[in-house]
Design a protein around this ligand. Structure first.
Ligand SMILES: [Zn+2]
Length: 347
C-alpha cells in the first residue's frame, strides 16, 4: 500500500457544532459533518444537517413493518477482498460451551466489502476490506493479524473491473476501523483524488480511532489519515423498534445504519431493505454465524455488556423478520475461496 501524505492538522473537538457550516458545506446523509478546509486552523464541525444526500424527501418510519413494506431496488455486490487468520480470542467467546469445535481453533476467515448502488441517490461502499498485496496488519508486539489478499479482490480492482473507480463512489461507510475492514481505504482515497467519496461512521468510532493508545483497541495508526474528512451518523439517528436507534441513510428507507457498539466503541451494522427480503450485515457485532445463532458475542470487545446488548438487538430484528438474510462479519461458510464477487441483490 502506498503511504498517504500526512498533513499536520489540529483536530477540533467533536462536540462543537455549527449549523451554519453544515448548510454551507451541503448535505450530510446521516448526521454531523466533521471536516475542515485546506487550512488546518479552519477545521470545523457541523452538527445539524439536511436529511438526505440528495433532494429525496425523508420518509418517517415508525416501524420496521412499514420500512420493509417499501423495499428499494438496490444493487448489492459483495467483494471478498481477502482472508485473515484469527482464533476464538477474536472471533467468538469460546468460554461458552455451545461454541462449535470448528470455531474454537484459529481459522482463515473472509474480509468482505459491499458495494451498494442506489438507482438515484448514489453509490456507497460498506467497509473497504483489506488492501491489495501484503495485507497483514497490527502493531507488534501488541497484536498481529496474518492476511492473504484475494488477487484482484481489493476494492480498487473490483471497482475497476466494473468500469468504475473510487471517484464514482459517493460515500464510504466504515462499520469500524479495524484493519480487516478499513485497510483498503487508503488506496481507495488515493485513486479518488481530488474528489474523494464522503466517509461515514459513528461519532464514537471516529473518536476511538483518533484517540491516543488506539492500538489497545485494535486500531493501527494508518487506518485513517489525520486529515480525513469524516461524517458521523449520530445526529440523524431515530428511535426504531428492536434495535434502539438507526439512521435512514438515504432518507428513503433503503439503507439503515444501526449503532451496535461493543466490539469497538462506535461499531455500526447495516440493514438493506430489498425486495427479496432485507439483508442484515452485522459486521463485527457478530463475527461468526455460530455467534449470531447461539447468542455468543465476539471474543474481543471494548465493552462486553454493550456487545451483548448489540447482538441481542440484531438477533431480535432477525427473529422478527424471518426473511432477513444475515451476513456475519467473518463467517467462512458464507463465502467461497474460489469466488471473490457475489451479487447479493440486483434490481
Ligand atoms: Zn473484522
Amino acid at each position: 500500500m502506498r503511504p498517504l501524505a500526512r498533513r499536520s492538522v489540529i483536530l477540533m473537538p467533536f462536540a462543537r457544532s455549527s449549523l451554519l457550516l453544515a448548510v454551507l458545506l451541503g448535505t450530510a446523509s446521516c448526521g454531523g459533518v466533521a471536516t475542515y478546509t485546506e487550512a488546518p486552523h479552519l477545521l470545523v464541525h457541523g452538527a445539524a444537517a439536511p436529511p438526505s444526500p440528495a433532494s429525496a424527501p425523508a420518509i418517517a418510519h415508525a416501524t420496521w413493518d412499514e420500512v420493509f413494506a417499501h423495499p428499494a431496488p438496490l444493487r448489492v455486490t459483495a467483494f471478498v477482498t481477502g482472508w485473515v487468520q484469527a482464533g476464538p480470542e477474536i472471533l467468538i467467546d469460546a468460554s461458552d460451551p455451545r461454541v462449535p469445535a470448528a470455531d474454537r481453533v484459529p481459522q482463515w476467515v473472509p474480509t468482505v466489502a459491499y458495494l451498494v448502488e442506489h438507482p438515484s441517490l448514489g453509490r456507497i461502499l460498506l467497509d473497504t476490506g483489506v488492501r491489495a498485496g501484503d495485507c497483514a496488519f497490527g502493531t507488534r508486539p501488541f497484536f498481529w493479524v496474518p492476511c492473504r489478499a484475494t488477487p484482484g479482490g481489493d476494492v480498487v480492482s473490483q471497482l475497476h473491473e466494473r468500469g468504475l473507480s473510487a471517484r464514482d463512489l459517493d460515500y464510504v461507510f466504515l462499520s469500524h476501523f479495524h484493519g480487516d475492514h478499513a485497510s483498503g481505504l487508503a488506496a481507495l482515497l488515493e485513486t479518488a483524488r481530488p474528489n474523494p467519496p464522503r466517509l461515514v461512521t459513528s461519532r464514537d468510532e471516529l473518536a476511538a480511532v483518533r484517540r491516543g493508545f488506539r492500538m489497545r483497541d485494535g486500531y493501527i495508526a494508518s487506518m485513517l489519515q489525520d486529515d480525513a474528512t469524516v461524517e458521523t451518523i449520530d445526529d440523524r439517528l431515530v428511535p426504531m423498534p428492536l434495535v434502539g436507534r438507526a439512521c435512514d441513510f438515504f432518507g428513503d428507507g433503503s439503507l439503515w445504519l444501526v449503532p451496535t457498539p461493543g466490539h469497538t466503541r462506535g461499531h455500526v451494522s447495516a440493514v438493506l431493505n430489498l425486495a427479496g427480503g432485507p439483508i442484515l450485515l452485522t459486521f463485527d457485532a457478530s463475527h461468526l454465524q455460530a455467534g449470531f445463532d447461539l447468542d455468543v458475542p465476539p471474543g474481543v470487545d471494548t465493552d462486553e455488556t454493550q456487545a451483548r446488548a448489540s447482538l441481542e438487538h440484531l438477533r431480535a430484528l432477525a427473529a422478527a423478520y424471518p426473511k432477513m438474510r444475515v451476513y456475519s462479519g467473518h463467517e467462512p461458510s458464507q463465502w467461497s475461496q474460489a469466488a471473490s464477487v457475489v451479487v447479493l441483490a440486483a434490481p
